[in-house]
Design a protein around this ligand. Structure first.
Ligand SMILES: [Zn+2]
Length: 165
């Protein structure tokens, strides 16, 4: 998440994000995080020590939002409300492109991301370019390896000739 959105979230919901380090997800989920924070901020009623964080970590994992708390509200009702709001937001994240916030679906095999069509195509193109780059690098390495072997053979032959010469 970029600096501007991070700052806005931290400033708008200061109790919830007290001592929070930063969001490890894309800007497409900014509105979703605002929606969740809007529900949680008023529930942050009990005092916690100044150096304690209510939210521990917010990140993307397997295409979905993960919102981890370091805060366990003493009141059971509040605790339930907090957890249910987080569950709802995490579930919803699988329908929102993490890059731009447009409707999206979870995509990919080994590395799953929730993306809209545009950002899915863009990311696939980036992957393809990366694959090409690595293939070229591999080829360069192989060429170097072959050149080295040829040189060694020539040197070995030259040695044999000079020894028998
Ligand atoms: Zn998108």
């Amino acid at each position: 998440m970029d600096e501007k959105n991070t700052k806005r979230l931290l400033e708008t919901y200061p109790r919830l994000f007290s001592n929070f380090r930063g969001f490890e997800c894309g800007d497409g989920w900014y509105d979703l995080l605002c929606e969740l924070a809007e529900k949680l901020e008023p529930l942050c009623v009990d005092d916690i020590p100044e150096d304690t964080a209510r939210v521990g970590q917010v990140k993307e994992k397997f295409g979905g939002l993960r919102f981890y708390l370091d805060w366990f509200p003493a009141d059971e009702e509040i605790y339930k409300k907090v957890n249910s709001a987080i569950d709802t937001a995490e579930e919803k994240s699988f329908t929102i492109c993490e890059v731009c916030g447009e409707p999206g679906t979870a995509r990919g095999g080994g590395w799953i991301s929730t993306l809209c069509e545009t950002h899915h195509v863009e990311r696939e193109r980036e992957k393809e370019e990366m694959r090409k780059k690595w293939a070229e690098r591999r080829k360069e390495r192989n060429d170097e390896e072959e050149a080295r072997k040829e040189r060694e053979q020539e040197e070995a032959l030259a040695k044999i000739y000079s020894e028998n010469g």
